[in-house]
Design a binder for this molecule. Structure first.
Ligand SMILES: Cc1cc2nc3c(=O)[nH]c(=O)nc-3n(C[C@H](O)[C@H](O)[C@H](O)COP(=O)(O)O)c2cc1C
Length: 198
């Protein structure tokens, strides 16, 4: 394995006006930087051109020629460069936002044989249903989902000054990041040893 840092991309999935997502994303990025195992980058889907209408071909087979909008180029290259992902997702109607589905569907190989962890938030459900759906979808792209996620129910009252009120939250974040780090090491070594058969 090359002796370079593992690149972690944190994806802020909501794009709604007045959204809470960037608050959660900034806190997660702070926890990831404090962990020390990753070179951390954050992408906010609100900054990305994410049309719902896809080209005719599948991104799985089109490779670098897939005709994406210019305003998606930074996302595509960040996904491709990343060794690991944390998806920060709210819950909308017992699932995850359409912005995240579009970001997933415009890509394919960028996710393959890489680990994905989840930090979710929302009302009573805390993003639990959103994460279940994302796990299902990302498995189709040959990504590996990390079991221990972070979930923040009732996010508007459970957070203050940019951080969760639960004093245990940083410890839970550490567990998530330790598991993600293990998978990042393992899958990166695997990708470098042999092409993934899929
Ligand atoms: C369209 C919509 C649907 C929602 N559906 C749910 C839901 O099914 N379960 C839940 O726990 N919270 C639900 N919520 C609450 C959101 O998860 C909460 O408002 C969260 O802050 C949304 O993330 P955002 O602020 O980053 O957009 C919903 C909010 C919206 C706007």
């Amino acid at each position: 394995m090359e002796n370079t840092a593992h690149k972690l991309l944190i994806i802020v999935g909501s794009v709604r006006e007045g959204r809470f997502g960037p608050v959660v994303g900034a806190w997660v990025a702070g926890q990831a930087r404090a962990h020390g195992g990753f070179e951390v980058d954050v992408v906010d889907l609100a900054d990305v051109d994410l049309p719902l209408a896809l080209p005719a071909a599948s991104p799985k087979h089109a490779g670098a020629d897939y005709p994406r909008p210019a305003g998606m180029a930074a996302l595509t290259s960040a996904l491709g460069d990343a060794d690991a992902f944390v998806i920060v997702t709210p819950e909308y109607n017992h699932s995850y936002p359409a912005s995240l589905k579009a970001a997933v569907d415009w890509h394919f190989t960028q996710w393959t044989a890489k680990p994905v962890a989840f930090v979710s938030y929302g009302g009573a459900a805390g993003g639990r249903h959103a994460v279940l759906h994302l796990e299902n979808v990302l498995t189709e792209l040959h990504a590996v989902t990390v079991r221990d996620g972070l979930s923040f129910p009732n996010c508007y009252t459970a957070w203050q000054d940019g951080r969760p009120l639960d004093p245990e939250a940083p410890r839970y974040a550490r567990t998530l990041l330790d598991q993600l780090f293990w998978w990042t090491n393992t899958l990166r070594a695997g990708r470098e040893a042999a092409p993934y058969p899929g």
